[in-house]
Design a protein. Structure first.
Length: 408
């Protein structure tokens, strides 16, 4: 077959054209990336080229207001205004159609702009530590929002259509005077983390079982008197923190949380723990401690069924002896059992061959016992000093150091 020079030349030209196009695209992308990587920290400097500003950081500049000129940054994607003294945001901020990330935490805002719902691209909003008393009606139009932090404001209710924020993944509502959640809350199908701590919600009105993606639920210090059945129906949960409530019973229904990996019940006056807690086959951390020294009736031996359990914390429960079954849980890596009433640690503790840390501080434990445990568990970090002994040790070290200094 004769060599077709013209055809070959055309092929080379096509390849070169593609190559040149690719190089130009790469150069353009690099230039754009360089521009996006440029963080402006001065509003005055940024306004000199408003169409080239992608990130603006005005945090910690003691600002009391933001000018309407903020609306000129048509390509702005990230705006950080946290740690100022801003009392009001200009309406022009709602014109930032490309804004994806907004941090206005630690200011003095009592309200958000009425048209904040116009920020169609907004994915992250942090309003932590302001004085917000309500959210504007347009707020629930922020359909792209994935992370919302409303921590430490003055919100006593949420918009009735709050559930329209259908893309929300993480929601922090802690430290507000909230009394209830709207019925639409169950529409937040993509929610994976919810923090309701330090509110006035002492009962649950929403059907949490509809939140099929929820894996982390935190309700600290909300005066809950029992674990609501709505919580035990969230089968997707892997992390549940109900610390510092008024819960007395861990119910039979706890077994429904079949994917639970961490359960924190610290500082609740628990008197009854249902044996079904041993059904939580994926549990790796269990904290039942109570530093208010309420006495738990019994810790069920069914805990031995928790083959994945690595961390067990049962401090301040008034235990007169360490439950024998604990020494059969050889997979344990951390045991925190301090401030109980037992006087000795049995030799069977030797069976805990994987133990990395063992804290059994108690006024009742004698020094000889401490040495025995250290001998039985040579590869384990031991914390056995009670507070009085600890203070004496510190005083002794200080005296020895002072004596050494005098010698010098």
């Amino acid at each position: 077959m004769p060599f077709n020079f013209k055809k070959k030349l055309n092929q080379v030209q096509i390849v070169m054209k593609h190559l040149i196009t690719t190089v130009l695209l790469l150069l353009f992308s690099a230039l754009l990336f360089a521009q996006k990587g440029n963080v402006y920290t001065s509003l005055e400097n940024a306004l000199q080229n408003p169409n080239k500003v992608y990130e603006l950081n005005l945090s910690g500049q003691k600002l009391e207001s933001i000018p309407a000129s903020i609306g000129q940054f048509s390509k702005l994607e990230k705006l950080d205004l946290h740690n100022n003294s801003i009392t009001e945001l200009p309406a022009a901020i709602c014109n930032l159609q490309h804004l994806r990330w907004l941090n206005i935490s630690f200011n003095k805002l009592k309200r958000l702009p009425a048209n904040i719902g116009n920020l169609n691209a907004l994915e992250y909003l942090n309003t932590h530590s302001n004085e917000l008393e309500s959210l504007p009606n347009s707020f629930t139009k922020l359909n792209a929002l994935k992370t919302l932090n409303l921590y430490y404001n003055h919100l006593d209710s949420l918009n009735s259509d709050f559930g329209n924020l259908s893309n929300l993944r993480q929601l922090y509502l802690n430290s507000n005077p909230l009394k209830a959640l709207p019925s639409s809350f169950s529409q937040l199908k993509n929610l994976s983390l919810l923090n309701l701590s330090f509110n006035r919600i002492n009962y649950v009105l929403t059907d949490f079982q509809d939140l099929e993606q929820l894996d982390s639920l935190i309700i600290i210090s909300c005066h809950l008197r029992f674990i609501p059945k709505e919580i035990t129906q969230i089968k997707s949960l892997t992390y549940l923190n109900l610390q510092a409530n008024e819960i007395q019973v861990i119910p039979e229904a706890i077994q429904n949380l079949e994917h639970l990996e961490e359960l924190i019940m610290q500082d609740n006056p628990i008197t009854t723990i249902h044996p079904n807690i041993g059904s939580l086959s994926k549990l790796s951390l269990l904290n039942l401690s109570d530093y208010n020294y309420n006495l738990v009736a019994e810790i069920p031996a069914s805990l031995t069924n928790l083959k994945e359990l690595k961390v067990l914390q049962i401090c301040g429960l008034g235990l007169k002896k360490i439950p024998d079954f604990i020494f059969d849980m050889e997979q344990l890596e951390i045991i925190d059992i301090k401030y109980n009433n037992f006087k000795k640690v049995p030799k069977s503790v030797k069976k805990l061959v994987h133990l990395k840390r063992f804290d059994f501080r108690s006024e009742k434990i004698v020094e000889r016992q401490n040495k025995n445990v250290q001998k039985w568990l040579p590869n384990t970090e031991i914390n056995a000093l009670n507070e009085r002994s600890d203070q004496m040790q510190k005083v002794l070290k200080a005296l020895m150091k002072a004596a050494d200094n005098k010698k010098e």
